[in-house]
Design a binder for this molecule. Sequence first.
Ligand code: F6P
Length: 496
Amino acid sequence: MTTRSARPAARSAAPRSGAPKPAGPKSGQRVRSSFVVVANRLPVDRVVLPDGSTDWRTSPGGLVSALAPVMRKNHGAWVGWHGAADEELEPFVDDGLQLVPVPLSAMEVEEYYEGFSNGTLWPLYHDVVEFPEYHREWWDAYVKVNQRFADAAAATAKRNGTVWVQDYQLQLVPQMLRDKRPDLTIGFFLHIPFPPVELFQQLPWRRQVLAGLLGADLVGFQLPGGSANFVRLVRQRVGLPTHRDRIQHPDGRETVARAYPIAIDARGYQELADEPTTLARAAEIRQDLGDPRTVFLGVDRLDYTKGLKQRIRAFGELFASGQLDPDEVVFVQVATPSRERVDKYRQLRDEIDRLVGRINGDLGRIGRSPIVYLHNSYPRDEMAALYKAADVMVVTPLRDGMNLVAKEYVACRSDGSGALVLSEFAGAAQELRQAFQVNPYDINGMKDVFLLADQASPLDLRRRMRAMRRQVFDHDIDRWAERYLADLRQTRGAER
Ligand code: F6P
């Protein structure tokens, strides 16, 4: 296994550029805003460095990268956890955003975050690719912590303001918030898939979760299928009347459920990718990789939903059979560390380490490893350089709400070159239809498609990339947020 090339972000060393200023509002002074986002994580994460000192890094995942630009435009306040246990922080300002930290104890991190959010809901909502665990004490912690987030949002939102609650960790917040602050307009957006009715029914607290979401005026999903599942469950389990995407409450209020496929700051990515320093870095990366004919690239959080084992196995077999020549082709896999204290994530890391080690041990030679595996997170400019350096991007999750990496790759390919291999089970597959689509469970099928993408003619690739770029640039993050927020205003306006 090799870990050469690319510069790690603050996770293991250097401070994040533009570190937060803890002195936004004065100590003890409350932040008040008309537009409040509530998410499990703040956009910056507090990390403890090996020498015991603390630092900040950009939080992992698509939620933060999608919402940060929206928040900057709307001058809102962001309520969320700062990533460290047993630590209370005052509100602070970072990069123009007002941040309101919500504290979690070590026990709550274990039971609410690692437990109910990521040991129960995460696998349940991702097609049960791993077994969800159901523990009553995890649920109790989920309720308690959701109440704390709701209280923090209620204290931050100005009268008649708007609060936008994010993702599966906080599904009870909309109703808790409504109970305290009926004056607010409340939105909710689920960044991950909403499961089929048959799977959701497993959840012992299914009714409470539905009731929590129904506190919102508008519940947003990535895909129409998720929103249809939700409406059907509300009809069956809660017994409320529904008409298309509208749910009627006994008091005359309505909740609307609709799909809003999340997007990226496409122009921002393109500009970054076309900067001379990024282009120079991309050339340097290719050189460091030994100037291969083809660079395949995977970029994922190290998560069992991402299909990493199947993907690495497919590459291993292609290299072993000689269908891909390790002297000409390299596969670079960036795996961002994630949920490292959760058992299943630890096991996955060990399995991937072993798999990559075996393939490189068998097939590599001095100065050349077929797989370059980077277990680290990287800043945006380094990611843009990697996208520029890659001939074929492989995004093959077993299930994914959307997958913004696929869209980021497309945004960075301003010369129209490059191939995208995309799982049918990523939300993005519904929009990026010209990608080389694969079933990630079918390893032979995936191998064929990797070869197809590698051998495709420049003309074919350009035609596909042109269509995908049109989609990504026409449906960017501004449009996503505008559409959602306009609909949210309208749902509430209709009621008043
Ligand atoms: O987009 C899904 C999501 O779980 C976000 O809610 C989250 O912030 C991100 O992925 C990263 O996961 P985590 O916050 O658990 O590191």
